[in-house]
Design a protein around this ligand. Structure first.
Ligand code: DQA
Length: 139
């Protein structure tokens, strides 16, 4: 399968950002290990701090023949109706992931305005949340 991982704002420095919450592992080496673990999948990666760029990437995924999107929209998960609308506008399944368990954190993180348009949500398994999301596409 051709899969696209999209990471939103503040997810470019995982491993150094609040490691007590997000762990000590950098995302890029984790991504390489993920690709090695799933050689049968073609896994692409995009990260942006900008809402509009994420919206554009979701729309362009349609023309790029992706079978699925794994989306960690960061704090936009709690606020972005434009990313929600973009997810709703494409007919590619989107699995939302969070590294941390957002339900064990501040109240504002309990609201997710994008999740209802996603196939499912995986939250709280550290970087392993991405691996579980990849597996969810295989079944
Ligand atoms: C996050 C959770 C969000 O609440 C937060 O704003 C992030 C990361 C996670 O992966 O746990 O940036 O999406």
């Amino acid at each position: 399968m051709k899969l696209l991982i999209i990471n939103g704002p503040n997810l470019g420095n995982i491993g150094r950002r609040e490691p007590e919450i997000y762990g000590h592992e950098d995302f890029e080496p984790y991504l390489e290990s993920l690709k090695k673990e799933f050689p049968e999948h073609e896994i692409h990666y995009f990260q942006s701090h900008h809402e509009g760029e994420i919206v554009e990437k979701i729309h362009s995924a349609k023309g790029e023949n992706y079978d699925g999107i794994i989306l960690n929209a960061g704090a936009y998960s709690h606020t972005s109706y434009s990313i929600r609308d973009a997810v709703a506008a494409i007919n590619i399944p989107v699995v939302m992931v969070h590294i941390s368990n957002v339900y064990a954190r501040e109240n504002f993180r309990h609201e997710n305005v994008i999740a209802a348009k996603c196939k499912g949500v995986i939250t709280g398994f550290g970087l392993r949340s991405y691996e579980l999301a990849v597996r969810s596409f295989a079944g």
